[in-house]
Write a new protein. Structure first.
Length: 122
């Protein structure tokens, strides 16, 4: 999969959210950087669904939230929909390096317990 094309397909160049993807032996790692808003949350959901549908041979998808400084409920919703879709396909979607401000949104909405958190993206 060409990851730069995948990101460009869903996120505009002037988006406040920067996304990078990499592949390793354990799966695919998505690093998010910036603030999610309604538009980028929608783009994130579409991109995650595309990636999950394209994950031939991979069983693990990690979303690194280390550099995400804000996530709205629509962003939590996008990750939750991706989580449910991944589970149906026997893919483990995990979150890593969640910042306290972002974690508080997940907890406030009652969704933190749905996700498996890993201490890093390795």
């Amino acid at each position: 999969m060409d990851y730069s094309e995948t990101v460009d397909k869903f996120f505009e160049k002037d988006s406040r959210m920067r996304v990078s993807l990499m592949e390793d032996v354990s799966g695919i790692i998505i690093r998010l950087n910036g603030s999610l808003d309604m538009q980028s949350s929608s783009a994130l959901q579409e991109m995650l669904m595309y990636i999950i549908d394209s994950m031939a041979g991979h069983k693990r998808l990690v979303v690194d939230l280390h550099d995400v400084n804000y996530i709205p409920s629509t962003g939590v919703g996008a990750l939750t929909i991706a989580l449910m879709t991944a589970r149906k396909r026997d893919i483990k979607l995990q979150l890593s390096q969640i910042q306290p401000k972002v974690r508080s949104i997940f907890e406030l909405l009652g969704f933190m317990s749905f996700f498996e958190e890993v201490s890093d993206d390795a």
